[in-house]
Each structure stands twice: as C-alpha cells, then as structure tokens.
Design a protein around this ligand. Structure first.
Ligand code: SAH
Length: 476
C-alpha cells in the first residue's frame, strides 16, 4: 500500500492554497465543504475566485507571490499554480516544515493526494489509485455513486443520532444485529425513499421489539415488500433504486415479463419465485395466491421484492397488491419502472407526442375491445397517439373498432414486439395494412400497438414546419 487512506478533520483549521485559477477554485470548494479556514496566495485571481473570496469570510486572499513564510502555521497546503517552479517552491517549504502538501496533478511533489470521493456525508467513500490511474479511480467512483442511494447520508445521520438510545436499550451483543436490521430493513428503505417520519415510527417499533427479544419473547422482525418496476426488459433501464432494493431483497417474486437479465441483478443468494407463466398456464398463480405469498413472506420478517415488468402501476395490478399489503399492515415501497410504451418509443425513435403530429397520448388495454369500456370515438380521433397494451391477440378487432369509429384506413400504426430486448421487432403500416402485416410477420406477445401519425415518424425525414427546422435540415 503506497498511500494510507485517512479522513482528516479540517473544520476551523488553517489551510494554505496557492494559485488563482480554476484548479485552485475546485480545491477550495472541497476544502470549504470540510470546514477549513483558507488562506489563498495568488498575485491575481480569476473572476470566479475573486467573487468567491468576496463572498466568504473564511477565505482570506493575500495578493502576492508565494514565499516560504506563508507556509508557517498551516495545517495543510495545496499548490495549484500553473508554474512548475512555484509548485516546487510550495512543496519544498511544506516538506521543510513537515506540513502535508498536495501539488495538484503532481504526485512526485506531493506528500498526500486527493482521492475521488462519493459524498453521502457523514458517509464518505474515498477511492484512490495512488496517482497511477485517475481515470480508473473515477470509473470506480461512478459505479459506487450509482450504487449508493442519494439519501444514504440521511440514514447515517439518523443512525448517529440514535446510537446513545440504542446503547441504553440493548446490551452489546444485540446491537450489531439490530443495526443491521435497521440498515437493511424497513427503517433504512423508509429513509432512502425520503419518509423520515415513517422511519422514525418503524425505528421505535424495531427498538421496542429488539428490547423484548432480548428478554427472549421470540417476536420476529418486521418484513417489507418492495413493489418494483423492472422496466421493459433491458436491465440498463432499471432505476437505481430498483437495483439497490434488488440487492437487498431476501425473496424475489417475479412475473413472466421480467427478463432474465433483470433477474440476474437480484442478490445472488435471494430466493427467486416465478409467479406467472402464460395466463392460465400450468405455472400461473392466481392473483389471490400472489397476495398470500407476499403477506406470508413479509410476515416471516423477510424483505420481499415484487418485481413486475414495466411499471407496477401501469396495467400491472400494483394497486391491488398494495391494498392487500396495507390491509395486513405490511410496510411497502413502490419503485416506478419504465413502462413498455416509453421503452418501445425510445428504442424505435417513435416520439409519443410531437408538436405537429400528436398532442396527447393514451395508454389503454386491448383486452377491453369487446366491452363497452372503451370510448372508441375518442380513441379514433386525430392528432393523438394511442398505445394498446395486451392488444396483439385482438388486433383485428381493435383495428375494426377504430375504423368503425371513424379513423381513416390511412392512419399510421405500428407494432413493437419485445421492445428494448435483443430480438425487438418493429412493424410499421396503417390501420388498413397492419393486420395483414402482423399475420405475415407472426407477431407474438409481448407487443404493443401504437396508433397515430407518430407511428410513421422517422427521424431524418423532415416533419417539422420549415421555419422551426434546425439550420442543417433546412439546407439539406
Ligand atoms: N406493467 C407493464 C405492462 C403489463 S401488461 C408495463 O408498464 O409495461 C403486459 C403488456 O405490456 C404486454 O401484453 C405488452 O403489450 C406490453 N409489454 C410489456 N413488455 C413489453 C415489451 N418489452 N415490448 C412490447 N410490449 C411489452
């Protein structure tokens, strides 16, 4: 190990920064976040830094070239000038006085280097490559950045504020498992999703329960259900929160529409339970049975991920599931997902609304074709986009309902099969041609039907009024 990572307390400590440009400004920003009192040495400052100095009483500027005496009394020194000579002089003065010094981008002149950081204060992750591969360190930082919820700092603070109370309530051997339950369970996920008052309540319950458990009454900890939208299939379209909760869940209940690639993102040792094959097929569980499973697993104190294709609240029966959970007093968190229509639109470059082609978009179901539930006249109107979910089996009926309700046979329509997955298929036509095209192409579910002018949209073909078109397009 070439460098020892440490966390330095700089609050109200004197720090010397040498240099008047952007690099110095970046370091000053960081040092001020850590509460350092800064003396800045530079004959001149750029405008941004000058404004900063004027606004910040803890930042004193000495308009002079660096002299070794400036280093006296500093707790830490940073050199960020664009002159090698000046940087060397700072480094020498610091070394002579035994003061830690960093010369930006010059590990040879430095006695310490700044790590790449992920800041969820008070929780901080520092990453370094000993100056060998800063780009690699930054990549690692990006990965960790994506992995750690934004409100992890709030959780750390929440825990810090309650350490004393837990010390009083629980004897030493019980504290660690207790805190693990706080981090991984309901309390943690409540804070992460921004609901501190619910977290507060759950914490009080957990602590009371733990205190009772110490007296060995055998009560189990509270489980929780995460209702997670898995998106249309491509695992890169999962939200960060979906990933984080998938990493925590003990059990994953997943639907037919959840792709293997998404499922692979769940915790390695999580139990995976398939709860739907073809509707009515041999492995299909009824919705009631799924409700029972959710309740049963959560009652055992487990963290249950209920993973659904697309978004749980778009034709996903998510509403019914949370009603059941609420009725049983089981805490739940809903994580939105990218619904199939949004995934399909993006992956085919078909915009769902467009300033000249479509002013609104409707998501509806193809299942309701033979009932009076649909207002076909409204769906047949022009200058809008209608996306039918679960409509492929009833495609001929849907098209004929739209035509009867007054939509012209020339209205563009498209089918997108297995959107965002490797085998995605896009079929474009019109209400007049699409049924034949779909039959010839043997379209299969899952697929969406998109009806409206946008279904014929192809970027590159000019479809805007000429006055609004970008210059390059006009010339072409
Ligand atoms: N909750 C889901 C929808 C479930 S209903 C969501 O928000 O996307 C199931 C229907 O969704 C399928 O019949 C199909 O119409 C559509 N669907 C889901 N995933 C799809 C995909 N990858 N490509 C095309 N359609 C998809």
């Amino acid at each position: 190990m070439e460098y020892l990572p440490v966390f330095l307390r700089l609050r109200d400590r004197p720090v010397l920064v040498v240099g008047g440009g952007r690099v110095a400004a970046r370091k000053i920003e960081l040092l001020r976040r850590a509460g350092a009192r800064i003396t800045l040495i530079a004959p001149e400052l750029d405008a941004e830094l000058a404004a900063r100095v004027a606004a910040d009483p803890e930042l004193t500027h000495i308009p002079a070239a660096f002299e070794p005496a400036h280093a006296d009394g500093a707790g830490l020194i940073v050199a960020a000038t664009d002159s090698r000579e000046a940087n060397e002089a700072v480094s020498r003065a610091a070394h002579e006085r035994g003061i830690p010094v960093n010369v930006v981008d010059d590990p040879g002149l430095s006695s310490f280097i700044f790590p790449a950081i992920v800041d969820r204060s008070p929780l901080i992750v520092a990453i370094g490559s000993g100056g060998e591969a800063p780009v690699l360190a930054r990549r690692v930082r990006e990965k960790i950045e994506a992995l750690l919820p934004e409100r992890l700092g709030a959780l750390a603070r929440f825990m810090g504020e309650r350490r004393k109370a837990v010390q009083r309530a629980l004897s030493a051997p019980f504290r660690r498992p207790f805190w693990e339950r706080i981090v991984d369970g309901v309390v943690g996920s409540r804070i992460i999703s921004g609901d501190e008052s619910a977290a507060e309540e759950a914490f009080a319950e957990e602590l009371a329960r733990a205190a009772r458990t110490v007296r060995a009454d055998g009560t189990e900890p509270l489980g929780e259900v995460y209702l997670i939208g898995a998106g249309p299939g491509d695992p890169d379209l999962l939200t960060l929160r979906a990933l984080q909760l998938l990493q925590q869940a003990d059990v994953v209940l997943y639907d037919r529409l959840v792709s293997d690639a998404v499922l692979e993102r769940a915790r390695r040792d999580a139990e995976r339970i398939f709860v739907g094959k073809e509707t009515g097929g041999p492995h299909h569980l009824t919705q009631a049975r799924i409700h029972e499973l959710l309740v049963a697993y959560a009652r055992r104190g487990l963290r249950v991920a209920r993973l659904k294709g697309g978004d749980p609240f778009v034709f996903g029966r998510g509403g019914e599931e949370i009603e059941v959970l609420a009725a049983h007093g089981i805490p739940f968190t809903v994580v939105p997902g990218i619904t199939a229509a949004l995934g399909a639109a993006a992956s085919t470059a078909i915009p769902l609304t467009h300033r000249t082609l479509s002013h609104s978009v409707t998501f509806t179901t193809g299942h309701a074709y033979d009932r009076d539930e649909q207002d076909w006249r409204a769906l047949a109107a022009s200058r809008q986009t209608v996306v039918f979910y679960m409509g492929i089996a009833q495609l001929p009926q849907i098209v004929s309902c739209l035509l009867q309700a007054g939509a012209p046979a020339s209205r563009p329509a498209a089918i997108i099969e297995r959107a965002t997955l490797g085998e995605q298929k896009l079929l474009r036509g019109t209400l007049g041609t699409l049924v034949g095209l779909a039959r010839a192409a043997r379209v299969e579910p899952p697929a969406l039907l998109v009806v409206g002018e946008v279904a014929a949209f192809e970027p590159g073909r000019l479809q805007m009024p000429i006055a609004d078109a970008p210059r390059a397009a006009r010339i072409a």
